[in-house]
Design a protein around this ligand. Structure first.
Ligand code: ATP
Ligand code: MG
Length: 345
């Protein structure tokens, strides 16, 4: 602790393909509190399949966001994800964390399909209090190139990177902090973004599996344009619930079916387990979770209780922190950046 106590803020920056979002968390009090929120749409195709096609434009958007909240952009935590990040549960000989850090590169070599010299590794011991000879470790390997690109994007935007985190961990972190009731049994956290849906399956709060489905709100918008002859703007108004459309339900049901198939595939391994426990409920986040009728359609499709996750369930928002953002509407989209900002760097 410093001489003047803790006075720390972390800024979680989520560079999504639809919206760039920042959530600032103040860690100086007894519990973390949100001190600023801002978000801005990205021009179509600035980011495609997770790849930044127009770094200058994305950097400008980040710079504007920090200007809007009046912060210089210190301690910024951003996320990486997608195909070039491997998250795997492995077993290794039981040892303490610092010993494990020494040998993790060697252990990882057997599990990571990339050249081990070109990856950044991290891990978490899942059963630190266990007594067996072996321990369960969650191993993360991200291609170094991916991390380097993210760091240089932040530097181009004039902000200073405090850490780069894996997106699935940030979601998990924010989810477990806000929804302790979901840390029992098997649940799926499904983050439906603009381009990609991340599925996280948890058992008693521990991550069992994460998977990405190539589906997002953009597809619903495109379907609306093609099938209903709407312009992109009109279709986006329907997706965001500002305009109504009579037979939207049919289209949303088929979108929910696609997400449902993805969740079923991701959770198929549960069927082979001896104890026979299947998915108990679904929590939704991301802008796609706000498409009118989506949560109900997915709940019906899966025959499971399906509710929205709320990043501010247990994290108070300071007065005035939300700025121009309508928090009630945007909350599901802010789970990931909140998870990033919960980290103290
Ligand atoms: N009230 C809303 N405000 C903004 N976007 C909304 C709203 N309701 C639904 N959406 C949809 O959510 C999308 C953004 O969701 P989100 O921020 O989770 O995606 P992203 O992180 O940008 O995308 P990805 O993770 O796939 O790269 C928008 O493109 C929009 O279609
Ligand atoms: Mg996203």
């Amino acid at each position: 602790m410093g001489l003047f106590g803790r006075n720390k803020q972390s800024a979680g920056l989520d560079i999504g393909s639809g919206f760039v979002k920042v959530v600032v968390v103040d860690h100086s009090g007894d519990q973390p509190e949100v001190s600023a929120v801002a978000m801005r749409p990205l021009v179509a195709d600035a980011i495609v399949e997770g790849e930044v096609m127009d770094p200058g434009l994305v950097a400008d958007t980040i710079r504007e966001l920090f200007r809007e909240i009046g912060l210089k952009g210190k301690n910024v935590i951003a996320a990486v994800g997608g195909h070039d990040v491997i998250i795997k549960k492995i077993e290794m000989d039981r040892m303490n964390e610092s010993d494990a850090r020494e040998v993790i590169r060697w252990e990882a070599e057997q599990h990571v399909p990339f050249d081990i010299k070109s990856v950044e590794l991290d891990f978490q011991i899942l059963d630190p209090l266990g007594e067996g000879l072996q321990m369960q470790v969650l191993l993360v390997a991200a291609k170094r190139e991916l991390v380097d690109h993210k760091v240089s994007l932040l530097l181009d935007a004039g902000v200073s990177p405090g850490a780069i985190e894996v997106d699935a961990f940030a979601l998990h972190n924010a989810f477990s902090y806000n929804h302790p009731e979901a840390m029992k049994g098997i649940v799926a956290l499904v983050n439906i973004g603009h381009e990609t849906t991340n599925v996280n399956i948890l058992e008693d709060g521990n991550p069992l599996l994460t998977r990405d489905i190539p589906f997002g709100s953009r597809r619903v918008r495109q379907d609306l344009q093609r099938e209903k002859g709407l312009t992109a703007e009109q279709a986006e108004d329907v997706v965001q619930g500002r305009e109504q459309l009579d037979d939207l339900a049919t289209l949303v049901a088929s979108a929910a079916d696609e997400v449902g198939v993805g969740i079923e595939r991701a959770s198929a391994f549960l069927m082979t387990r001896q104890d026979g426990g299947g998915l108990g409920s679904i929590y939704l986040s991301g802008g796609g979770a706000r498409i009118p009728g989506m949560a109900d359609a997915l709940g019906n499709r899966m025959n499971l209780n399906t509710v929205l996750a709320n990043p501010f369930e247990q994290v108070p928002v300071q007065p005035g922190a939300s700025g121009s953002v309508n928090l009630e509407e945007a909350a599901p989209m802010l789970l990931l950046p909140l998870g990033l900002a919960l980290r103290v760097v």
